[in-house]
Design a protein around this ligand. Structure first.
Ligand code: DQA
Length: 149
């Protein structure tokens, strides 16, 4: 039985994974990433729900709606990582333990990607391991939640 529910949020342009700059983001599609995460969730006895949006407000609403429903959030906010005070404030408001993930290593890329508004309010960040960033993030989050309870 799954006693933990995890919300996986994907931000803008991640719907194009597989097509988009494969030399940076790889050839795995978002559908495949979500399938892998749901399977991993079964192994970890966690219920995994995935959502992608290109709209900041939709992501903010999803974070608000996560209250009372999810014990943890995995977020790849895409470009909003580097711009969105609103997403950071939403995460702070709901107080749901969150892991920030990125497919690429944001620190080895352009300088504007080096700053994350989300990192200071996340329990941790994993960046640079492609799909494994999500998988490692999920494992770390579930371990964190089990230790906490
Ligand atoms: C990304 C990194 C961001 O800088 C970029 O805007 C993305 C994807 C990643 O997963 O590596 O859209 O979050």
């Amino acid at each position: 039985m799954s006693d933990i529910s995890i919300l996986v949020l994907h931000g803008p342009n991640l719907n194009l994974l597989g097509l988009r700059e494969p030399e940076i983001y790889g050839s795995t599609t978002l559908v495949q990433i979500n399938q892998t995460l749901r399977l991993d969730g079964e192994g970890l006895q966690a219920n995994v729900i995935c959502l992608q949006s290109n709209h900041e407000g939709v992501l903010v609403d999803a974070i608000h709606d996560a209250r009372q429903k999810y014990q943890g959030i995995i977020i790849n906010a895409g470009a909003y990582t580097h711009t969105s005070v609103a997403i950071r404030d939403a995460l702070t408001a709901v107080e749901i333990p969150t892991v920030e993930v990125h497919l690429s290593n944001i620190y080895s890329r352009e300088e504007f990607r080096h700053h994350s508004y989300i990192a200071p309010v996340a329990i941790g960040q994993i960046s640079g391991f492609g799909t494994d960033s999500y998988r490692l993030g999920m494992q770390a989050l579930v371990n964190y939640l089990r230790k906490k309870n």
